[in-house]
Design a protein around this ligand. Structure first.
Ligand code: SER
Length: 319
């Protein structure tokens, strides 16, 4: 059997850092090449090969794939929802062109698998907001959501037309302590833990009763690897799978933190991200993922909060 060799594009981002570390454990350090447009993330240093790569540079990516004998690509580079709204054309350009280029490379170089993340941002204000089904009304209102939905269709197209084994998950907001998020509407749920430990207070950019689907990074990484390891016949959706773990509001996450830090204070100053959040689902029906490849989440709000605070206390070196 041919040995798999993985390229991660965007390895320095919130998902990339942890996914690179997890895949290195699974496939061996040298079989997972990390790349990013930025310099190597501190947590990746010394754990395996790293190259500077612009996800938009088709020639450089193609050369790297050939030189290193890459068989799988995880394309994680993207502009997220809030950053995307500041420069919509740039977001479209980066999110779409990097994907089309990787799909094309997948066909040309006969890659065995490709992973590309989608998001709850594919849904919009006309979508049913509770227990949003896998297949429903999809009218995204952010450029990020539009690019993710168009991308899902391209993934499905390349699978049907060329037999490319491309797999995808619609992540909810992701909460992590190792690597920080950047430019998302759900980022408040990470910032809040940092600020609670550092300053004992936090001003949320979403209002107190804004419910959004969320997930702890441990679950997201495990889910991604389980999806990628599942036999191809179990992958019934070649668009992207709904994936769910929990749903909470700023007020509820604050209450969960107060169980550990009783003096923690929260106040609210909603900004432009409120409108983005108001157009997204509050909770997600992921029964297709549970049925097709046996997805199960492990972390709820309480368990995640305890784990986040323990790890962040150490890494931020606060008492
Ligand atoms: N977490 C992302 C964002 O807020 C959603 O995919 O943009």
């Amino acid at each position: 059997m041919k040995k798999e060799k993985v390229l991660i594009v965007g390895a320095g981002g919130q998902i990339g850092v942890e996914l690179t570390l997890a895949l290195r454990k699974l496939y061996g350090n040298d079989n997972v090449v990390a790349s990013d447009i930025r310099e190597e993330h501190a947590l990746l240093k010394g754990t395996g090969p790293f190259v500077i790569l612009n996800a938009m540079d088709a020639t450089a990516m193609h050369e790297l794939v050939k030189k290193d004998g890459i068989t799988q690509i995880y394309l994680l580079a993207a502009l997220l929802s809030a950053t995307g709204e500041k420069d919509p054309k740039k977001a479209w350009d980066i999110n779409m062109n990097s994907l089309l280029q990787v799909l094309e490379l997948g066909v040309q170089e006969k890659l065995t698998k490709i992973y590309w993340p989608s998001s709850i941002a594919v849904f919009g204000p006309t979508t049913p907001r509770q227990e949003t089904p896998q297949k429903t009304i999809v009218e995204p209102r952010t450029v990020y959501g539009i690019s993710k939905y168009a991308g899902e269709l391209w993934c499905q197209y390349y699978n049907q037309r060329w037999g490319l084994d491309v797999r995808s998950l619609r992540y909810p907001g992701l909460i992590s302590w190792k690597s920080e998020p950047g430019g998302g509407t759900t980022d408040y749920a990470v910032e809040i833990y940092h600020e609670a430990l550092k300053h004992g207070k936090y001003t949320s950019f979403l209002s107190e009763n804004t419910y959004l689907p969320m997930m702890y990074m441990d679950d997201a990484i495990r889910g991604t690897i389980e999806l990628m390891e599942a036999p191809a016949e179990q992958i019934k959706s070649r668009m992207s799978y709904n994936l769910s773990a929990m749903s909470f509001s700023p007020k509820e996450i604050a209450a969960a933190i107060q169980k550990h830090i009783p003096d923690f204070k929260i106040d609210y100053a909603p900004d432009f991200r409120q409108q983005i959040a108001d157009g997204w689902p509050q909770s997600i029906d992921d029964s297709a993922a549970r049925k097709d490849w046996d997805w199960k989440h492990q972390f709820d709000l309480e368990k995640m909060t305890a784990d986040m605070l323990t790890h962040l206390k150490e890494s931020l070196q606060v008492a």
